[in-house]
Design a binder for this molecule. Structure first.
Ligand code: ZN
Length: 90
């Protein structure tokens, strides 16, 4: 699989680290229930099809990216810097 980094161009996926779902919202730790925090920390969906994911280009520009990917075909649909993503990690 190749990911086209907006800063470095098309690169092998081995240059990147996968973090997880890009749209995962952290609950308010002071107000959330224990079950809600357990869900946030440990439980993940395993979607088939289009998914937005956070990737880190550690062997390149060290940018966090939001990658739109089809988890069934592994086709990369979109790549954008996480800074542009509302609630992004970078
Ligand atoms: Zn890069």
């Amino acid at each position: 699989m190749r990911i086209t980094c907006p800063h470095c161009g098309a690169r092998d996926a081995q240059e990147f680290s996968y973090l997880g779902a890009a749209d995962l919202a952290r609950p308010d730790g002071m107000a959330a229930s224990e079950a809600a925090m357990v869900d946030y920390v440990y439980l993940r969906d395993n979607p088939r099809g289009r998914h937005r994911e956070l990737w880190y280009h550690g062997a390149g520009c060290r940018a966090w990216l939001v990658v739109g990917r089809d988890t069934f075909t592994h086709a990369v649909i979109s790549v954008e810097p996480a800074k542009r993503h509302a609630g992004g990690a970078a």
